[in-house]
Design a protein. Structure first.
Length: 703
């Protein structure tokens, strides 16, 4: 079947995509003279990563885009050797011509010649081939350096600066990181009248802050990190001010940091840290960073696994399968000593028999007496799937909480050997008897689980401040050129765990919708919140469906939304707790329920969730990683009387979910295998009260 451009299978209808070929990180987001520019990592030669260049498009509204010629194209010598690729970076308008790149415009004002206002792109030069540059600089193979280029025609054509690279290498103490030094974010800092750059030492989880008077000569001022999510590479930082609660006299600074792997889900993620910046140094607010070696102050240790000479049975636990007779292990001896982040020495692990062991390890029963269960976890990403659990297709590697014979909370690893904290809100089950069970049903060598330091507390163990709790929001950066009150971010809507293999043809990857960021005080804590940019609403149709249910009874209620808007819509839900345990909506559902994406709120677990176990095609995922299917949650504590609000944006191959305050977002790609697009509300375990539903279609930007 031949499809018209813009109507290809899975082509997003209101998200930015390249016309063809591969795309990853957004670069050089810049607003100037009424035009939004987006540059992006681009392969002009194919639909997988390679030959990385800067693509370019412009918009007047952030939703309709015009593609322009490649801005900075990968350089290849006559023998086919790739000499320079253009990795991520930023762009500015040099209004005061500090760089000297301006040219005469041929116009005059008050007898004085008017100069252009050059655009300057600041990017990472990645050099796959060793050589000597034309200016005499010696380039090592694999070197990553910071370079600049300029344009005097609003970004249509670009000239590389002859003095590149302007920062050839990181500071001497980091000389060995010459090949992991990248992603400069540059902005004008008015209080100090200087340009500021934040660049990443990716493998050190450290950001370097530089200053410059002219965009050519840079001085290293300070460094920041590692903090919070520190396992995986730090990439694509963005540093910017925001007003707290809209008060222009109360300013804070925010760092966005991409992490891969090591996100909240397997693969890629983005964290934020709030603090202060004086033109030289960023200092995190003490309340926004945490110490992974400390448990919550009110915690009770349930099991720390320090008894490495005991069996699980001797500790009161019960093992089955290959784990019978085993016990806690000294972490330094497990998996060639590659595990990090454990406390003390001992851990629970299923990495036995060369990692191929299978079975279960179950705790003794206990009564849930506190609101949170927290623990350290690492291992392969193989989530519990209720549809396959206990069957021959079960491949889970997870720790689960069982209450009244049912698994009510579950956590798998993130395809890393680095233990990180995860917390479950279990307030909904306080007073009930429960037990924990680690299940390894997968004999694959990477399919194992490590658990340490299980604690009960009335507050969660702090984790990273995740900017998005889904698997598909990475490398988010913000626009230069907008007022502080209009700080807008765009992220890459993909994940390095499977990005090269998603089932699209002619093009690969999309960007998130643009999001407006703000700082809001919620429950006495300053939080970074986000909502779809207002321009997205210009695509909404009139209301297609609106209904209020005083009580939505247990079961499913079908909602009739006319095609084609049942596959691209904005769905708003408001509701309150009744007698039920979960409420939500199933989208892109078929008649047999074998395909659907389920989104909702878990009243007992106090979280927003997206379930994409049955969202369509996931055959493109490597079987030994299994990183696509999953059940993704964002904790959102509420009281029984609260009105909960969810706003959902559905496109042909994605869902983006926001709560009413903008505290949480969950972004997921989906790839439905047919045109089924039924919409069904559901209330599980009882009724849901005061349900308000409003659905708008979203017009395609291609029509």
């Amino acid at each position: 079947m031949v499809r018209l451009f813009g109507s290809e299978e899975y082509r997003p209808q209101f998200h930015f995509t390249p016309e063809e070929n591969w795309m990853n990180d957004p670069n050089g987001l810049l607003y100037h003279d009424g035009i939004y520019h987006i540059f992006y990592q681009y392969n002009p030669n194919g639909t997988k990563w390679g030959y990385i260049s800067w693509g370019h498009a412009i918009s007047t509204d952030l939703v309709h885009w015009k593609h322009l010629p490649i801005a900075l194209e990968c350089e290849v010598d006559p023998n086919g050797n790739v000499m320079e690729m253009f990795f991520s970076g930023s762009a500015v308008v040099d209004v005061n011509n500090t760089s000297g790149f301006a040219i005469p415009t041929g116009k005059a004002q008050k007898g004085k010649e008017i100069l252009s206002q050059p655009m300057v792109a600041i990017y990472t030069s990645n050099y796959p081939t060793a050589h000597t540059a034309s200016n005499g600089q010696v380039i090592q193979q694999g070197q990553q350096s910071q370079s600049i280029a300029f344009s005097n025609d609003n970004g249509l054509t670009w000239t590389k600066y002859k003095g590149n690279p302007v920062i050839p290498s990181p500071p001497p103490e980091y000389a060995d990181q010459y090949n992991q030094f990248r992603d400069p974010f540059v902005f004008w800092h008015s209080p100090s009248s200087r340009w500021i750059m934040v660049a990443s030492l990716a493998m050190k989880q450290t950001l370097l802050i530089y200053s410059s008077d002219n965009l050519k000569d840079w001085t290293w001022e300070s460094q920041f990190g590692p903090y919070n999510a520190t396992f995986g590479e730090w990439e694509c930082p963005s540093l910017f001010p925001l007003y707290v609660d809209g008060n222009t006299a109360a300013e804070k600074w925010v760092l966005l940091i991409g992490i891969n792997p090591g996100g909240v889900v397997a693969g890629s993620g983005t964290q934020s840290i709030i603090g202060s910046f004086d033109g030289k140094t960023f200092v995190a607010d003490p309340s926004d960073v945490y110490d992974p070696t400390k448990v919550p102050v009110d915690s009770t240790v349930f099991q720390d696994f320090e008894s490495t000479s005991s069996t699980f049975e001797e500790l009161g636990w019960t093992a089955t399968g290959d784990f019978v007779g085993s016990g806690p292990r000294n972490a330094s001896t497990v998996n060639a000593g590659n595990i990090k982040g454990y406390l003390g020495n001992g851990i629970m692990t299923t990495c036995l028999l060369g990692g191929t062991g299978t079975g279960t390890i179950a705790s003794p029963n206990f009564t849930i007496a506190k609101d949170y269960i927290s623990f350290l976890i690492a291992g392969g990403y193989y989530p519990y799937n209720p549809a396959t659990a206990g069957t021959p297709e079960d491949n889970q590697v997870s720790i689960n909480l069982v209450v009244d014979g049912k698994i009510v909370r579950s956590q798998t690893g993130a395809n890393t050997e680095n233990l990180v904290w995860r917390s479950w809100n279990v307030a909904g089950w306080v007073g009930q008897e429960a037990y924990l069970i680690a299940t390894d049903a997968n004999s694959g060598p990477s399919a194992h689980l490590h658990i340490d330091e299980i604690v009960f507390s009335n507050s969660p163990k702090e984790e990273a401040n995740w900017n998005d709790f889904g698997p598909d929001y990475y490398a988010a950066v913000t626009y230069n050129g907008l007022p502080t009150s209009e700080r807008t971010a765009i992220g890459w809507m993909n994940n390095w765990a499977y990005a090269n293999n998603i089932p699209t043809s002619t093009w690969r990857s999309a960007m998130s919708i643009p999001r407006t960021l703000a700082l809001k005080t919620i429950n006495n804590k300053i939080r970074l919140v986000q909502q779809p940019a207002s321009s997205v609403s210009t695509l909404y149709t009139s209301t297609l469906y609106s209904h209020n249910f005083s009580v939505l009874h247990c079961g499913e209620t079908q909602v009739n939304v006319p095609a084609p808007y049942n596959a691209r819509m904005k769905l708003g839900l408001k509701f309150s707790r009744g007698t039920g345990t979960k409420f939500g909506v199933a989208l892109r559902s078929n008649a047999t329920n074998t395909q659907e994406t389920v989104i909702g709120y878990d009243f007992l677990g106090q979280n927003v969730f997206v379930d994409r176990f049955k969202s369509g095609n996931n055959s493109f995922v490597d079987s030994d990683q299994n990183a696509f299917p999953g059940y993704f949650i964002a904790t959102l504590p509420t009281k029984a009387t609260d009105v909960i609000e969810l706003n959902i944006l559905l496109d042909w191959s994605s869902v983006e979910v926001f709560d009413g305050e903008g505290q949480i977002a969950i972004t997921c790609q989906i790839f439905p295998v047919d045109d089924s697009a039924k919409v069904k509300l559901f209330s599980q375990g009882g009724s849901t009260k005061s349900v308000s539903v409003a659905i708008n279609g979203i017009n395609s930007v291609w029509k």
